[in-house]
Design a protein around this ligand. Structure first.
Ligand SMILES: Nc1ncnc2c1ncn2[C@@H]1O[C@H](COP(=O)(O)OP(=O)(O)OP(=O)(O)O)[C@@H](O)[C@H]1O
Length: 228
């Protein structure tokens, strides 16, 4: 069996909103293994963003714990969390969040430079990653000179820059047409297999569920397994 990369135990989150408590979820036990793609669906306000923030160590649990690659977020200082996040996780959002004034190559180099990788090495690796996602001919284009699908592929290449064990995706195909979504799907399936990476994907796209290893609905403060 593949090793667990992201583990939540008895995870609960309550927001204190003035005098009111908003209980988003309670007692969630969840394991994401290497080389798995798992989807989380849920209606607006069900807590998907809250869940991604907790899993990424960007917010603190009210109760319970989250561990990434065997390390518990709760036990770390903010500086150590940032370092761990940079080393273990990649992020892809619905609206790519690429830096508009930089080329595709520079955008992919950025997380490596932040992690202290030497410029020359970062450049070579960014080149390879862009080739891997089918954009070898577009490395010097800025985001505004790329199509929606191409931008999303640059965002995926950037997410892979520091060889994460897990990629968290928030509506990665939400902004794309069906054909382009299919390309992103094929890319994720290939990466899962070739790089043993885990993917946790928050999505409204029901078509995505058909190729997931598992899927859950976030509903009534808990994760309910869905048939895929
Ligand atoms: N900082 C906060 N303080 C108080 N309540 C909050 C806070 N952030 C989120 N909430 C509440 O927690 C619940 C879950 O919010 P969250 O943003 O995680 O949902 P979501 O499933 O991502 O929604 P959407 O699909 O609309 O983005 C909502 O009821 C929201 O109003």
């Amino acid at each position: 069996m593949n090793k667990p990369v992201l583990v939540s135990e008895n995870l609960s989150k309550t927001y204190q909103d003035g005098k009111n408590n908003v209980v988003v979820f309670e007692d969630i036990n969840f394991v994401l293994n290497a080389a798995e793609a798992v989807a989380i669906v849920g209606s607006s306000g069900s807590g998907k963003t809250t869940m991604l923030n907790l899993l990424a160590g960007l917010d603190r649990a009210s109760l319970g714990s989250v561990a990434i690659d065997g390390q518990d977020w709760q036990s770390l200082t903010d500086a150590k969390r940032s370092k761990l996040r940079n080393r273990t996780l990649g992020f892809v959002y619905q609206f790519h969040h690429l830096l508009p004034e930089f080329s595709a190559l520079e955008n992919v180099m950025m997380p490596m430079l932040i992690a202290g990788v030497e410029n020359k090495h970062a450049r070579t690796k960014a080149n390879t990653l862009l080739k891997d996602v089918g954009l070898g001919e577009r490395i010097n284009h800025r985001p505004s000179q790329l199509s929606g699908g191409e931008r999303q592929r640059v965002a995926i290449a950037r997410a892979l820059a520091n060889d994460p064990v897990c990629v968290l995706m928030d509506e990665p195909t939400g902004n794309l047409d069906e054909g382009t979504s299919k390309e992103i799907q094929q890319l994720i399936i290939a990466l899962k297999k070739e790089k043993n990476m885990a993917f946790l994907i928050v999505t409204h796209d029901e078509k995505m569920l058909s190729w997931m290893d598992r899927a859950y609905r976030l509903s009534d403060k808990t994760l309910v397994p869905m048939a895929v």
